[in-house]
Design a protein around this ligand. Sequence first.
Ligand SMILES: Nc1nc2c(c(=O)[nH]1)N[C@H]1C(S)=C(S)[C@@H](COP(=O)(O)O)O[C@H]1N2
Ligand SMILES: [Mo]
Length: 192
Amino acid sequence: MGAGELPPGQRLTKGWPVAHYGPVPKFRPDRWNLQVFGATATGAQYSWTFEEVSALAGITIETDMHCASGPTSTGHEFFGVPAATLLELAPPAPRVTHVMAWAEYGYSANLRLSDFDSARTLLATHHNGEQLTAEHGFPLRLVVPHLYGYKGPKWLRAIEYMTQDRRGFWEERGYHNIGDPWTEQRHSYQEE
Ligand SMILES: Nc1nc2c(c(=O)[nH]1)N[C@H]1C(S)=C(S)[C@@H](COP(=O)(O)O)O[C@H]1N2
Ligand SMILES: [Mo]
């Protein structure tokens, strides 16, 4: 998808701006893990070291990134583990409808299970052939190409399986619960 096709109300920005709330966390490999918890099929919790996550088969996707405050940056190539792989390794209970993606310092974003399970949703480790930089989410970030940027936590640490919806960090602060850029779902006041 090139610069010709921007979602409504977005403006093209050069390069790759950095946008987040709070400080950039430090990666401590000995303490780091990726967890899956909540309503798993067996009730078990799952945990992977960064080495284990990196050993999972990865795919590459190309995407633009749309910040809900307006800027769109183009030409991103992300490499990482498909979210669908995580759902296979850690099956959710049949009644799971949503997930919460948790990052360092308690940042969170809620997603419909179908958005998380989308073929292009990625737990990304690399961008344009290089390991992610600290400010862009190293060692792991979620990329949900079909939603606004706030739905993709940088410094991802856990996925919580939920049997009902619950709002994440920006969703509690006035951002739209779904966040589809193509229908301009920016603000919570637009929700039915
Ligand atoms: N942990 C964390 N992840 C986050 C955010 C944040 O505040 N904290 N901001 C989100 C928002 S609003 C956007 S637009 C993208 C920006 O990603 P970038 O800085 O790599 O461009 O990160 C998202 N992921
Ligand atoms: Mo954003």
